[in-house]
Design a protein around this ligand. Sequence first.
Ligand SMILES: [Zn+2]
Ligand SMILES: [Zn+2]
Length: 363
Amino acid sequence: MARIKAAICREHGQPMTIEEVELRAPSFGEVEIRVDAVAICHSDISLWQGGFGGSLPAVYGHEAAGAVTAVGEGVKGFAVGDAAVVTVIRACGACPSCGNGRPSSCEDPGDPAAGPIASPEGEPIWQGVFTGAFAEKVVVDQTQIAKIPSDMPKDAAALVACGVITGVGAAVNTAQIRAGQDVVVIGAGGVGLNAIQGARIAGARRIIAVDANAAKLEGAKEFGATDAILADGKPWVEVKKILGGRGADVVLVTVGVAKVYDMAPRYLANGGKVVMVGMPHFGSNATYSPLLMAAAGQGLVGSSMGDVIVKRDIPWMVDLYAQGRLKLDELITRRWSLEEINEAFADTMAGNARRNVIVLKHD
Ligand SMILES: [Zn+2]
Ligand SMILES: [Zn+2]
C-alpha cells in the first residue's frame, strides 16, 4: 500500500482536487509505476465531462511514462527501475480478440471498479481506463506497459502511450496503408498529426490534411502532410482536384465530431475506406449512404488504440523517434505540474494545444 497524491474528479465537469489516496501494492501480474509524465488526451476531457460514462470519484489520465517501482508475482520481463510507457491497452490474453492478435479490442480486460485506488477512509476510487495516471504512481497490468530506453525523455515517451499509437497505428495497422496510396487525414490535432506521421512511414503518395484551423494545417505539413485543405464548404472537392479527380484510398477521421463522420465518405475513391479514430460522445450518431458505399465497394472501420500490439509496436516507434524519423518533442505544447491540472485541462479544451503534458517531480 502506498500513499500518493492524485487528481480526483468528484463531479463531472467540476475542477479536480489534488488529494492523498491509497494505492494498493501490485498483485499477481501487476506492476507499480512511478509516473514521471502524463499527457492530457481528449478522451480525458470526455471522461471528465461524463461523455464516456464511468463512476465517480475517479482518477483519469492514461498517457503516462515513468519507471517501475514494484513488481507483483508472475510478472515477466520487468524489474524495478525499468523505464516504461503505460498504456490503456489491458489484455486478458485468453479471449477471441486477444487470440486473434487484437489485444486492443480485448473482450475481458477486467473490472475498472475493482481497481487499486481508494481514499484514506477506504472509499473505492474509479481507476479511469485501467490507468488513473493523473497521480504520482499507478498500479497496472503488465500487459499495459512497454519498456523504453532509460535515457528517453519521459514527456516524449508519455505521448507514445495513446496519441501516437492511436494515430500511427490507425494508419499502419488498421488502414494498412500501402506505398503509393492516397490518404486524407481529417483533424490536425494531436492524434491527426500522428496519423499523418503514420501515413508517411507507411509510404503514402499524397497525405492531405483537412482542418478548420489554418494554423493547425501549417503544423500538419511539418509532420508530413503533402497538402493541406481548410475545412469549409466542400473540402472533398478540393481534395479530389489534388488527387487528379479520384478520391482517397484511406480517410482517417481523427476528430470526435459526428458531423465530420457524415462527410468522411465523400472523400473516398472507389474501394476506399474510412477509418474511425476520433470518438464523439455517447448518443451522437452519424449517417452515410449504404447504397453509395456498397456500390463503390467502400467501407467504414473502427480503430481502437490503433490496433496496436503494445510490446511489438511501441519499441519500433520509440526507435524511430531515436533515429529522428518520428516526431514526438514537437507534439508537446506546454508542460504543467499536477497541481495545475485544471488549468491544463482548460488549455486543452481551448483547442490550440497539440499535447499538454503534466510533469511530476519526485523527491
Ligand atoms: Zn488518450
Ligand atoms: Zn482478451
